[in-house]
Design a binder for this molecule. Structure first.
Ligand code: 5AD
Ligand code: SF4
Length: 487
């Protein structure tokens, strides 16, 4: 592709003009976006239709956020989004936290191969956590040779450069970094909602819970500079955002690696001061790092939402030790007690793994006991999945799948019982709802969330989207409420 001696458009290069690819990021990527934009415009003229893209996201909110960045880059290049995978550019942003996630991707890749036979100019890219595992990349090279670009979790910012290389290369482009200390931000991002957004505050995880692959595929903890975080949130607020979710694998250890260390509680209180911002959420908290200072910051803040996701994983102190979680059942219950005392209206949710190697009936009963005592508002429950490379994968006493299934069902039954008991706790009260959408089934209603994340439907119109409206919760429907607006 000819790019030499070409002046690249000013508007797409962060107000700078480059005649060749600069070394410094993110300018380097803006340069490639501009070059590709010209290339794409030429193709669109030739084929007389827009070039389309589709991103399929698997896994957690981190991946969802990464996908917004990928979408931002593709739109800057000139692609338009479509829902279907029958697109000119398809990206799979993968997850590998449990085996099922991997199997899903392989299954769908087969289908993508068939689509590519019909549209040979289609470009297929795969990125995300699965790609950080060398055995996965080998398998794709061997069994899915039609894939065009493979990249990992550390270099998603490089999409434009990789696409640029692919234009002239008749081979699979693979660029997966083992580790990085780089944080490249300020790239375009295509937000799903106009009024809420997520903001990365840190990357990676240092905890090495013995079942978990994340530290291997997302690398060591790196915190973003608080000034950059605040600046990003201020610019989102100026753009109409009222709710932000701060993202990190373990937000409670935010700031430890900064040149001038800062606690997560301090960061929260700084963000709390941003005018125009109404709600702050964050994910995920590790119980071992949840400080009294943070509970106090949450208590005094008017903006931090009354919801805390606090993964338990197991209620058995014996298993928690083998899981390398660094807290006991008693520590967890004491922490919950402190949180409920400081913030009585808080909603607690959790993650639980059933069937970790060596889990006995007694261990499982301890988990049920914590669930009964805490009465979580909702829980994500998972059957243990063996991840090669983690410490637990080589443990010999794996639990019989039938026993795991039975315990899993019993845990779900208990959760249902608790949900039913607490279902109408808020009936008759008034709560502020941030309106997210027009109700899909009944367009005379809008749907939004309370501070504690509960869904509420009430009469409203599309122009209410993004507004916070006081609503009387008139009727409980189990997982959600119907209400009447008070304005
Ligand atoms: N098997 C089952 N669940 C897992 N999780 C992480 N690793 C595994 C695994 N190997 C769950 C944990 C974590 C959530 C994101 O996924 O509960 O909190
Ligand atoms: Fe995985 Fe544990 Fe890190 Fe969470 S804290 S990402 S469960 S290693």
């Amino acid at each position: 592709m000819e790019i030499q001696n070409e002046i690249i458009n000013k508007d797409v290069t962060h107000d700078r003009v480059f005649i060749e690819a600069p070394d410094k990021e993110p300018y380097r990527q803006y340069y490639f976006m501009a070059v590709l934009n010209k290339h794409v415009k030429k193709i669109i003229k030739e084929i007389d239709r827009p070039l389309t893209y589709s991103i399929q996201t698997f896994g957690c909110q981190m991946n969802a956020k990464d996908s917004e960045k990928l979408a931002g880059i593709l739109e800057k290049i000139g692609y338009v989004p479509v829902d279907s995978e029958e697109a000119d550019f398809v990206i799979y942003n993968t997850c590998t936290v449990r085996e099922n996630a991997n199997l899903k991707v392989y299954g769908r890749l087969g289908y993508l191969g068939k689509l590519k036979e019909k549209n040979p100019n289609m470009i297929i890219a795969i990125c995300g956590c699965m790609m950080q595992e060398p055995t996965v990349v080998e398998k794709i090279k061997k069994s899915y040779p039609f894939v065009d670009i493979i990249f990992g979790t550390h270099n998603i910012f490089k999409l434009a450069e990789l696409m640029y290389i692919k234009v002239d290369a008749d081979r699979m482009i693979i660029d997966v970094w083992k580790e990085t200390d780089k944080i490249v931000e300020e790239l375009p991002s295509e937000r799903k909602y106009s009024f809420k957004a997520s903001v990365n505050i840190m990357y990676g995880c240092n905890n090495f819970c013995s079942y978990c692959i994340v530290p291997y595929v997302r690398g060591r903890e790196r915190s973003r500079d608080p000034k950059d975080i605040i600046a990003e949130i201020k610019s989102l607020v100026a753009d109409g955002v009222v709710e932000i979710t701060l993202l990190g694998q373990n937000v409670n250890s935010y700031g430890k690696t900064l040149e001038e260390p800062m606690s997560f509680a301090e960061l929260l209180l700084e963000i709390d001061k941003i005018e125009g911002l109404e709600r702050i959420r964050f994910m995920t908290s590790h119980p071992k790092d949840l400080s009294d200072e943070l509970i106090e910051a949450m208590r005094i803040s008017k903006k931090v939402c009354r919801h805390l996701h606090l993964p338990l994983q197991s209620g058995s102190s014996r298993l928690l030790k083998i899981m390398n979680r660094k807290y006991t059942k008693e520590d967890y219950l004491t922490l919950v007690d402190k949180i409920y005392t400081a913030i009585p209206d808080i909603s607690l949710t959790t993650d639980i793994i059933v069937g970790f190697p060596g889990e006995t009936e007694e261990d499982f009963m301890e988990t049920l006991d914590v669930v009964k005592k805490v009465e979580f508002d909702s829980s994500f429950t998972f059957q243990y999945s063996k991840r090669t490379g983690t410490a637990a994968a080589t443990m010999e006493n794996q639990v019989d799948p039938e026993i795991v299934q039975d315990r899993f069902n019993r845990l779900l039954d208990l959760m249902k019982e608790i949900s039913a008991k607490n279902a109408n706790k808020l009936e008759g009260t008034i709560g502020d709802v941030l309106v997210e959408d027009v109700n899909k089934q009944d367009p005379s209603l809008v749907t939004g969330r309370l501070s504690n994340n509960t869904l509420v439907h009430f009469p409203g119109k599309a122009s209410d989207i993004g507004k916070i409206i006081p609503v009387k919760l008139t009727e409980s429907k189990g997982f959600y409420y119907f209400g009447q607006p008070l304005v």
